[in-house]
Design a protein around this ligand. Structure first.
Ligand code: FPP
Length: 249
């Protein structure tokens, strides 16, 4: 009989830092935008693979608050791809009951992207299948600052005595999507060992998996390998293993 998977090895939420599009293109003598175009195809492939593998939440880091520093043409190309993704995947999401969500500063996005995003979010809001969270104009520090700002605004609206104390619970409750569980696993492609402002608050106890492959080269098998590696991790959340209480964490 197969050994049952321990409750804390179940991978409910996967976050992906899709890196290496530019390098993938450079290696082939192509322009960077070509790498992003391939990256978009990979994103579609991996969304499908994740749903088959039973992932409940998949967060894709598509555009960071720092990515505005890139050349205007590259930024505008990525925004066009985001729009394309939202349009082309809308029917597919509906068919598969995927729920599309967003994290990041919506107000800082171009109006046409805001509209596509809000349409996709509203059009899939009632679905109970996998949730695909698009991190667009997203920064972890920015999200925490916006959470604190929301908290302050609510306090200002209080007719009674405002609360001048802010707790972890308050920060959590005012994040972009407080109902979404923290990521169990964060994957970064293209071999960099950093999290680049991705889900800073939520990743406190996420397992990290770094793949040397460039994002455009990622296949279903790579996601399977990441999940297999995750299942071998011993998640202690700062505690000690119950069977080996003498081991320090
Ligand atoms: C990182 O590679 C990739 C990005 C900043 C853009 C990712 C965007 C997409 C794949 C398209 C939109 C996707 C969705 C799901 C809406 P890089 O350019 O930093 O690569 P490099 O480090 O090799 O230069």
């Amino acid at each position: 009989m197969e050994k049952p998977i321990p409750a804390n090895s179940v991978c409910t939420h996967v976050g992906i830092i899709m890196d290496g599009n530019g390098r993938w293109a450079a290696k082939r003598g192509l322009v960077r935008t070509q790498g992003h175009l391939e990256g978009l195809k990979t994103a579609k492939r991996i969304v499908k693979a994740a749903s088959v593998l039973g992932i409940k939440y998949l967060t894709l880091y598509a555009f960071s608050t720092e990515n505005w520093k890139r050349a205007a043409e590259e930024v505008s190309f990525i925004m066009t791809l985001v729009k394309q993704y939202l349009r082309s995947e809308f029917e597919f999401s509906k068919k598969n009951k995927f729920r599309v969500r967003h994290t990041g500063d919506m107000a800082g996005l171009p109006p046409d992207i805001q509209k596509e995003l809000t349409d996709s979010i509203a059009g899939t809001a009632g679905f109970d299948g996998m949730q695909v969270i698009l991190a667009i104009n997203y920064g972890g520090r920015d999200e925490i600052a916006r959470s604190a700002q929301r908290f302050l605004e609510k306090q200002n609206q209080c007719s009674g005595s405002p609360n001048f104390h802010i707790s972890e619970k308050d920060i959590h409750a005012n994040l972009d999507n407080p109902d979404i569980p923290d990521p169990d696993l964060i994957i970064r492609t293209a071999g960099e060992y950093r999290t680049s402002n991705f889900l800073l608050w939520q990743s406190a106890y996420s397992e990290l998996y770094i793949s040397d492959k460039m994002w455009p080269d990622w296949e279903k098998e790579d996601l399977e390998a990441a999940l297999a590696a995750f299942q071998k991790r011993d998640r202690r959340y700062g505690g000690v293993p119950s069977d080996k209480p003498w081991i320090n964490t």
